[in-house]
Write a protein that binds this ligand. Structure first.
Ligand code: SF4
Length: 319
């Protein structure tokens, strides 16, 4: 009997979302337009390769605005910043370009709106994640963070009839709904956000990985350890039936022993990952006999965001 054909199932959509694309192009265009150095507060997107490439081109990544020289230019990352960071930048006369993803800004608006209406806001998200810090910073007196299941019991609200949940954009859809059910068991009048806070890109990548995971003995997710949506893909792959799943930044990080006895490898990537890294992984797998690649398509994404207006006004017309 001949050995079963080794193959790859390649998820689509995968990789860059509209918010990441916009943020990366923002730094590239800022470097082209104003020259190096361009300071960037935090990693522009959570991907090692992207950050290293921009660093080589003259971007300087800092943790806080007070590390940027007075009067210099700073780009705020796709994950968003709190009003306190804008104030800090203004105090130092920094020229700012805000590359916050518009879908993160949408959640900021929700936090501001419901705080103004005096709601208690239960923000589901990961403690310490930059996005959560930025969103919570819009209304610190009204926001309580709910990360793990045990956090639900710690929530204290002033009026149980005036409570709303919001969320980080890059969570697992299923896990978030579990947390909402737990919260609703405590607060039956808990309101839903006006529209989904988990963004289209996070949701689409999870749907795609779910569609193929059960057929895969192994799912490899290209992405960085600090990328929330990439880590969620690993969890979703295992929950959806893959025997194992690992997160790797680069093809050379794959441990060959992971392929032992594996006929079908699923491949996907987080929303901050350029597709060239996925192509590198496919080439690496092909060298080990996984030459057949079938794309598993669950959605076609056509979303595009305009560059930040403060950058657009200085761009030379194309051509
Ligand atoms: S993952 Fe979603 S929220 Fe984050 S940058 Fe991409 S589109 Fe925006």
């Amino acid at each position: 009997m001949s050995a079963p054909t080794k193959r790859v199932l390649l998820a689509k959509p995968r990789g860059y979302c509209a918010g990441v694309d916009r943020a990366v192009i923002t730094v590239e265009k800022a470097l082209e337009t104003y020259g190096a150095p361009v300071y960037v507060r935090k990693e522009i997107v959570h991907n090692r390769h992207v950050v290293e490439t921009l660093r080589e081109r003259g971007a300087i990544f800092v943790d806080e605005a007070d590390e940027v020289p007075e009067g210099a230019m700073v780009v705020f990352s796709a994950h968003g910043v709190s009003p306190a960071v804008h104030e800090q930048a203004a105090e130092r006369n920094l020229r700012t370009i805000d590359a916050t993803c518009p879908l993160v800004t949408k959640v900021h608006f929700e936090a501001k709106r419901y705080a103004k209406e005096d709601y208690d806001i239960l923000l589901i998200g990961h403690e310490g994640h930059e996005e959560v810090e930025g969103t919570a910073g819009e209304a610190p007196e009204h926001v309580q963070l709910v990360d793990k299941a045990e956090d639900v019991d710690k929530v204290v609200v002033r009026d149980p009839s005036k409570v709303i949940w919001l969320s980080q954009t890059t969570l697992s859809v299923d896990e978030t709904m579990e947390r909402v059910d737990q919260l609703r068991a405590r607060f039956p009048d808990l309101q839903n956000p006006p529209s989904d806070d988990i963004c289209y890109a996070t949701q689409n990548r999870q749907v795609a990985v779910k569609a193929m995971a059960a057929e895969c003995e192994l799912v490899l997710v290209v992405g960085s350890q600090n990328s929330s949506n990439s880590k969620r893909l690993v969890e979703v792959a295992v929950q959806a039936g893959a025997n194992a799943s690992y997160l790797v930044d680069f093809a050379h990080e794959v441990d060959e022993s992971w392929l032992d006895g594996v006929t079908t490898v699923g491949v996907t990537s987080g929303a901050s990952v350029p597709d060239t890294l996925v192509m590198d992984l496919l080439a690496w797998l092909a060298e080990r006999g996984y030459t057949s690649v079938d794309e598993v398509t669950t959605a076609n994404e056509k979303i595009h965001f305009a560059l930040p207006p403060e950058l657009r006004k200085d761009l030379k017309p194309a051509g």
